[in-house]
Design a protein around this ligand. Structure first.
Ligand SMILES: [Zn+2]
Length: 275
């Protein structure tokens, strides 16, 4: 490469995907390569999950720009996402090029290969023997109505309650620096852990307490492993654990738990992890 430049290091919260223009997960970078007459943009990922990228021209008349999306594998590079002439690129300047011409969206996961294993019985993410009340289940009217949350489950547990991996996998996201809770403007301010499962789905454990994670990106976790402590951070009305399993593009899927085959938890149910 003649010239490599990191030009974008913006941050994306996992739970909502990325629909903002030209923002992306912070572990994903655009790199610029220039030859004598052509400018190329490549995407390099340091993520532990595959990431799907859609990219399109914002201006139809910009015929001298070729744009394609695709899948960048974990710790890999997707080449030639954007190709244009140096003349056009340098006219507008590198800092304005993306914002003027290109729309990009980024999602964790590979939607072509991910397929939720509906036979998998999840382990309750709570301590063995503990009675826990369900405060919201599938399609809960309070906040489990969107495509990314409709099969989420809320466990009514106090701040500082140990939580455990419901399924084995690789940690692809872990954040624990938030302290506060509030209304919808706090939706991107929840501490959380996201674990990639071997069927391509993601388990998300949300609203964890400040400094309430015991795992970090890249860690392999076992089913039943103590991974953190519940809390009340982000868009939350009170202490609880919000647990959801999602396909790529934030599509929440129904799940069932060991000891509760085909049981749909409802608000007010008391559940207990037996082993
Ligand atoms: Zn919830």
């Amino acid at each position: 490469m003649d010239k490599l430049l990191v030009i974008c290091l913006l941050f994306l919260t996992f739970s909502k995907g990325c629909k903002k223009k030209n923002t992306q997960p912070k572990e994903v970078y655009f790199y610029v390569q220039k030859t004598n007459d052509t400018t190329y943009y490549h995407i390099v990922s340091n993520s532990f999950a595959p990431i799907e990228i859609s990219a399109r021209l914002r201006k139809n008349e910009s015929k001298n720009i070729l744009v394609k999306g695709g899948l960048v594998s974990s710790k890999d590079t997707l080449f030639n996402v954007i190709k244009t002439s140096n003349k056009l690129h340098d006219e507008i300047g590198q800092s304005n090029f993306l914002s003027e011409y290109i729309d990009t969206s980024f999602y964790y996961g590979d939607s072509k290969t991910a397929k939720h294993n509906t036979d998998y019985l999840y382990s309750l993410p709570i301590e063995i023997g503990q009675d826990v009340r369900i405060s919201q289940g599938f399609n809960g009217k309070s906040s489990h109505t969107a495509i990314h949350s409709k099969y989420a489950i809320d466990f009514d547990i106090p701040v500082g309650t140990p939580i455990y991996a419901a399924r084995e996998g690789t940690v692809v996201y872990a954040i624990n620096n938030f302290k506060k809770s509030g209304g919808k403007n706090y939706v991107k301010k929840a501490n959380k852990i996201v674990i990639l499962h071997n069927d391509g789905t993601f388990g998300a454990y949300s609203h964890l307490m400040h400094n309430g994670t015991l795992v970090k990106k890249g860690d392999t976790v076992k089913r039943g492993q103590h991974i953190g402590y519940s809390g009340n951070t982000g868009f939350s009305r009170g202490p609880h654990l919000h647990f959801a399993v999602r396909l790529p593009k934030d599509i929440c899927v129904p799940i069932y738990f060991e000891g509760y085959l085909n049981t749909i938890f409802k608000k007010g149910d008391i559940v207990k992890r037996l082993k």
